[in-house]
Design a protein around this ligand. Structure first.
Ligand code: PLP
Ligand code: COI
Length: 341
């Protein structure tokens, strides 16, 4: 295993040994190839570069308490990549190819898989791009599917510690019938200005509202939003947000903890009534939110203590991460063990 300061990794790019690649040409996917280069040669007129034919995924591998390497809900990521590919008219990587590529990329870079107990995990980044040259606006005939991996710590600096976020109506992330449910680069480009505004003002992230009415909460930067009130887990229903696999997992755990689950529109003013609020995602895991400042109305919404996550958020975090690390049973079939070592 590599000598790295595993407990203080942060969420940044790091070179690992290998990545895997597969090409779609003449209407079919080829063989999976292994590469040790971090670079890809690309046509100057590739549709990914000009017209945003690009989609990615994010999932994690964990070295469990028993030493086994676990993938969390990979099939849901494969399905979402297919959904994104359909959304911007790209060739869809078959699920078996997705799994083989993910497994290979993780196992080839095993020495970068953080040790159990460090809190770090291996982030897996599948990427699909249109590589064929077009100059008219139309889908490519050729595609490239890649998977690379890197060891990561928490996305938000302090891990499971409350952060502050802000609401702005000056920028929209995605339109109601736009690309918000697809994990495509364009949505992230559209989020850069509001994220920068949030960071400049000392917030961990911007919270997006629905782009049409600017009344309802959509999501929190690269994570979904959830709130806790009266033994109920509440999360936005919207046609412009990513269907978060972490959020779906938390909904199931909350239900099994005897809570009610509501997926519905969440108006900004309702923030006043919530006991606990948080962001959830693969990279963010669960990030509790202490304060939300509405930049336009100047209203501040405060939840719990600035240092300690709320009790329900903590319980959900413990339940989810215990499954990740193989510390608890996995009654839902969320884990795939890819190495018995
Ligand atoms: N929302 C956005 C915009 C994201 O980028 C992510 C990260 O993938 C999420 C939500 C969380 O989704 P998941 O839990 O599937 O990682
Ligand atoms: C993830 O949680 O996997 C994400 O995609 C977040 C990423 C944009 C950093």
């Amino acid at each position: 295993m590599k000598e790295l300061d595993w407990s203080n990794l942060g969420f940044g790019y790091r070179k690992t040994n290998y990545n895997v690649r597969c090409y779609y040409r003449d209407g079919k996917w080829g063989e999976l190839e292994i590469s040790s280069s971090e670079y890809i040669p690309i046509h100057i007129s590739a549709t990914a570069l000009h017209y945003g034919q690009e989609a990615f995924e994010g999932l994690k591998a964990y070295r469990g308490k028993d030493g086994k390497i676990r993938l969390f809900r990979w099939e849901d990521n494969a399905n979402r990549m297919i959904h994104s590919a359909k959304g911007v008219l790209m060739a869809e990587p078959p699920k078996e190819l997705f799994f083989e590529a993910v497994k290979k990329a993780v196992l080839l870079n095993k020495e970068f898989l953080p040790p159990y107990g460090s809190g770090a995990s291996m982030y897996i980044r599948p990427l699909l791009i249109g590589t064929g040259p077009e100059i008219g606006v139309k889908p490519s005939k050729e595609y490239m599917f890649m998977v690379f991996v890197l060891p990561v710590g928490p996305y938000f600096k302090n891990g499971f510690k409350p952060v502050n976020m802000m609401i702005t109506r000056s920028y929209d992330r995605a339109a109601p019938l736009g690309t918000g449910t697809y994990k495509v680069g364009g949505n992230y480009a559209a989020s850069l200005q509001s994220m920068e505004l949030a960071h400049e003002n000392g917030f961990a992230s911007a919270i997006y509202l629905d782009a049409k009415e600017k009344k309802y909460i959509d999501e929190c930067g690269p994570a979904n939003f959830f709130a806790i009130k009266d033994n109920t887990y509440i999360t936005p229903k919207s046609t412009s947000i990513l269907d978060s696999i972490t959020n779906r997992s938390l909904q199931k755990l909350a239900e099994d903890m005897g809570m009610k689950v509501e997926r519905r529109k969440v108006a900004v003013e309702e923030l006043e009534t919530f006991d606990e609020v948080g962001a959830c995602g693969t990279a963010a895991v669960i990030t509790p939110i202490h304060k939300i400042v509405d930049f336009d109305t100047k209203k501040e919404y405060v939840f719990g203590s600035p240092d300690t996550p709320g009790p329900v958020t903590t319980k959900l975090y413990e339940k989810l991460t215990a499954i990740h690390w193989g510390e608890a049973e996995d009654p839902y079939g969320w884990i795939t063990i890819i190495d018995e070592e």
